[in-house]
Design a protein around this ligand. Sequence first.
Ligand SMILES: [Fe+2]
Length: 245
Amino acid sequence: MSETKTGQPVRGYRREDPGSRPPYLFPDYLATRLRAPRRPLTLLPHTLTEVTGPLLGEDRVGELDHDLTRQHRGEPHGQRIVVTGRVLDGDGRPVPHTLVEVWQANAAGRYAHEVDRHPAPLDPNFSGVGRCLTDADGGYRFVTVKPGAYPWRNHHNAWRPAHIHFSLFGRAFTQRLVTQMYFPGDPLFDQDPMFNSIPDPAARQRMVARFALDATVPEWALGYRFDIVLRGRDATPTEEEDDDQ
Ligand SMILES: [Fe+2]
């Protein structure tokens, strides 16, 4: 790695297993045909300034930002769920105090977003966005409702499996990673090119949360556990930032 004009490059960044990363061009996922780079990529090494720069702090995270069921006057429709897990680095160490953000469709499969024209009902009590900071053990916890599947016109009768989008900032602002969490046993996996663009079938399974009885709240909410590994052999597959379906 050579030195750049902007500072000393940081050595030793571990690259993830290529089987856990979707290719830029995956023809069955139509949008990649337009946006995949046609020329070789230019590597811009991280410098010390970028890696040691400030992270978003707790002053940006509100008390109820982690609870998507309590951000409005009433409760949203749908199956109430708890989604919890840990953020770990490639060596299995917890990543504390890092910002975890989520966004999702409502229980009917519609986003509260102006470009979502799926004619399913909006829910006035559900915005579908949340965030929290990991604790000292790398743990995070969200309360939300299970998102519905939605059609997305990628191909005839294309439906996205139910999913929650995740963004993580890791140990530095330049380490933002974006991925999706799926639900176990979803019958829509086989026909979803976004899910299947991850080359390694075992890596695909690392995007699927597991039902966790110990994360449920009796007589109130089901629980799912989703651990996120930022780098290394067990890394959670991540995507480019404009993968927003
Ligand atoms: Fe989505």
